[in-house]
Design a protein around this ligand. Structure first.
Ligand SMILES: Cc1cc2nc3c(=O)[nH]c(=O)nc-3n(C[C@H](O)[C@H](O)[C@H](O)COP(=O)(O)O)c2cc1C
Ligand code: SF4
Length: 392
């Protein structure tokens, strides 16, 4: 197993000092309106990948009609190459649960649910023990910290082992005991979510940032990063480098800077955003990790000169073929076709026109698929073919 280096678990926000309960105390002092104000100032965007502004999501959930509301933590972490939420769940539960309690307080929910990736079952007992401690300290349960107007509890539910269950509407279906399939939107979960009630679904990392923003202010947070991508981000770095692991870095860090930090040598390509992300070749390593440039929910995979990128692509497309839920044709049939194309390219038995048709199919999938899985699964196909010349 790789050792955690000094540069890991250090960072100005998530990996900085925090004592459990601090953020909740401050949240009660400043009240709901000011929490939303600080979140707006921070310009925090959801860290699950889609990058929706968290202040907006919580404002909509707070404004939604109905007494029964839910705050769901998306801990499904199924994107290949992402393992930063695992570190937060095991090493920083105080941040996650304080973030959930603040979220519940802000939107007016009484119940929080952690949708925990099935493969993370081994964490469940520890997390439940932690929740029990919070209840004993009156940080969870009835009238939290003596606040007459706020009671909130958290339950942990195990995920069902499908990648698509990380998509928030499929996750809600799964929570309700159904097959994990995405829903049509609108209506959005903030209005019609778990059991038809207003529900805010937030990524683990997003929730872990909230207590720090509440404590230190939105303008403090927005000083990190770039104008359009404020704050810091956790990156799960894997592949061909000396020090893989989880790093907290400001948005705007270039791929080159990251490669130096993790001790990557002779790098040929970096896959940013996991299997559903984009493949970036060496001549673009000056690009920035940011929503406005190379965006990612956290996964960074490094491939050195010895790697066969067609083999990499075949692995990704096999994954999507397996994980497509089959509801819509562009994704169900499209991923199979793209995988066939990769196999043809590998064998050398292909016609250029056929591969060109597949590229156009990939673009159709990006716009015609029902959910983010089929909309993003063509990304590696298009970028790997574009950046590495396999077609002669
Ligand atoms: C196929 C697919 C898988 C996803 N998996 C995850 C996941 O594992 N964790 C996560 O937080 N978001 C995942 N998302 C994004 C969620 O749908 C949603 O945008 C996110 O949980 C919202 O939280 P945030 O606003 O804090 O980012 C996935 C989306 C898609 C399309
Ligand atoms: S895009 Fe894929 S995963 Fe999403 S609904 Fe369609 S078939 Fe299912």
């Amino acid at each position: 197993m790789n050792k955690v280096t000094k540069q890991q678990r250090t960072g100005p926000v998530i990996f900085s000092q925090y004592e459990r309960g601090q953020g909740i105390r401050k949240a009660f002092e400043i009240g709901r309106e000011n929490i939303l104000y600080e979140l707006r100032e921070s310009k925090l965007k959801g860290r699950g990948g889609a990058g929706f502004p968290t202040s907006m999501k919580w404002m909509l959930a707070a404004a939604a009609k109905g007494n029964e509301k839910f705050l769901v933590c998306n801990a499904d972490e199924g994107e290949p190459g992402t393992f930063k939420d695992r570190v937060l769940l095991t090493e920083y539960p105080e941040l996650l649960f304080d973030g959930m309690i603040i979220g519940g307080f802000t939107i007016g929910a009484k119940q929080g649910i952690v949708y925990l990736r099935g493969e993370y079952e081994y964490m469940k007992d520890n997390l439940e023990e932690y929740l029990e401690d919070l209840r004993k300290e009156n940080l969870l349960g009835s009238k939290i910290m003596g606040n007459e107007n706020f009671s909130f509890d958290i339950e942990i539910m195990l995920g069902s082992g499908a990648y698509v269950c990380g998509e928030e509407t499929a996750l809600i279906e799964s929570l309700e005991g159904h097959r994990g399939e995405s829903r049509n939107r609108p209506p959005y979960p903030v209005n019609t979510g778990f059991n038809g009630r207003p529900t805010s679904v937030n990524n683990v990392e997003t929730l872990c940032v909230v207590p720090h923003i509440v404590l230190k202010g939105g303008s403090w947070y927005s000083k990190f990063g770039t104008n359009k991508s404020t704050g810091t981000k956790l990156f799960s770095v894997s592949g061909d480098c000396e020090n893989p692991g989880v790093y907290e870095l400001p948005w705007g860090t270039t791929i080159n800077e990251l490669l130096v930090l993790v001790g990557a040598k002779e790098t040929k390509a970096v896959q940013v955003g996991g299997a559903s992300g984009v493949c970036i070749p060496e001549n673009q390593f000056n690009r920035k990790l940011a929503y406005e440039d190379a965006s990612t929910g956290g996964s960074i995979m490094i491939f050195n000169k010895d790697r066969n990128m067609l083999q990499v692509l075949e692995n990704f497309m096999e994954f999507f073929t397996e994980e497509s839920c089959g509801q819509c044709t562009p994704c169900r049939a499209g991923n199979v076709k793209l995988l066939e194309g990769v196999k043809m390219l590998k064998s050398g038995d292909y016609k250029k026109e056929y591969i060109d048709n597949l590229k156009s199919l990939a673009k159709t999938m990006q716009v015609a698929s029902k959910c983010g899985l089929g909309q993003s699964s063509p990304n590696p196909f298009l970028t790997i073919l574009e950046n590495f010349s396999f077609i002669t």
